[in-house]
Write a protein that binds this ligand. Sequence first.
Ligand code: HEM
Length: 440
Amino acid sequence: MTGSPVSDWTTDYDVFDPDYVADPYPVWDDLRDACPIAHTERWGGSWLPTRYTDVSAIAHDVEHFSSREITVVPQPEDDTSAVGFAIPVPPIDSDPPMHTWARRLLLPWFSHRRVDEYEPVTRDLCNRLIDGFVDKGHADAAADYAQQIPARVIALTLGVPGDMADTFTGWVRDVLEFAHDENRRTAGRDAIALYLMEKMEERRSEPGDDLISVLLHTEVEGEPVADMHVLGTAALTLIAGVDTTWSGIGSAMWHLATHDEDRRRLLAEPELMPTAVEELLRAYSPVTMARIVADDVEVEGCPMKAGDRVLMNFPAANRDPEIFEDPDRVVLDRAVNLSVIHVACLSSKVPPLPNGGGRESFPARGRPEVDAAVDRVAVDLRELVGREVQSFERGDVRLELRDAARSDQGRGDPVDRLPHPGRPAGTRPGSAELLRPGSR
Ligand code: HEM
């Protein structure tokens, strides 16, 4: 359990230690050199790989490392909550062969076509948010911008009202940020489940073109998809889609506000936005995920026993100097990111693409589902960059806007589209400028 100070990070790490939460990077650097796979007895016990090659190998080794439990803090066995049953969240908590078809059911929702459909709506939302606080001249960058976007976009996928966004945000925070607080975690999970069950009943008789309706009316090998599967996949879409993107947007804003040279470069060279977003997602990777050891296995001399938990430390892997030169520096046009993807969304358990840049690693950009995650952040960030936003101190995250930053001035040009592989890159006029507080 947390509370007592960590005596030795190699044998006693604590992912809830407040200093570690605030700045884990020095710990990972030490561990990569001294003991690349650390261990702890805290929180039920787990292993913590810190090198890219180890994280990558474990992610792909679905034979030894199962996703049937994905939290590093074990959940109580009778943790069935008020809905009366434990809710699976496929595909994230499944292994092949189930993972294969469960993931396939979701892939159309991450296609280039689908992302293109969401793009104008997302742009409009971003601009409306900025319009909402521009006259005040300042805003809380996290609460008033980053956290406002993802829930509203996911609401479109689920076909539920966008004005539920604040409620969704509260539920997702309960489930993820307060996962160690049983009451909050259970309350959040119950609320999501009860809400989605109600929506499922509605969509059963009156289907729309949303994810819930489509899953309810889909068959796999001649059988309808089970209600529990539909419920869990819808819940996962909400949870996985919200926290990841708002963290990505928030970190990117914070970086640009505190690194003037990068902010100015992105303004001067807007065509760098795609690699810049990937680089920001690499440097500030928002997601870790657990695996449970299915069969005894030894990794780098560490004897992992069936039932042991492993915390998939994607953020540490993404700052491994063996893979990324000068990994703690954000390089907006870092080329290696195009071949070694670090986002891992919907792809970590499947084999790498054949063009994976020659590295056995996570799939390359070029998978639509990976593009979708990257582009979601890019659209949101691009609107902000284009609206002459300035800002930020960590802990006192504020957006400062020039008086002139109005949507009619900053709104994206129609050609201002994100380049996908095989789609020409658009550019936007470079007139907009990000400014730091005090520089107007
Ligand atoms: C920058 C944004 C995102 C990042 C960095 C990210 C990252 C990740 C990571 C690391 C995993 C875990 C893979 C594993 O278990 O090894 C994952 C899984 C998943 N994410 Fe994302 N994600 C992002 C955005 C989204 C969005 C917007 C959605 C939905 C709308 C989403 C839906 C999912 C789903 C359904 C899974 C389970 C996939 C599977 O098990 O194959 N993610 N994501």
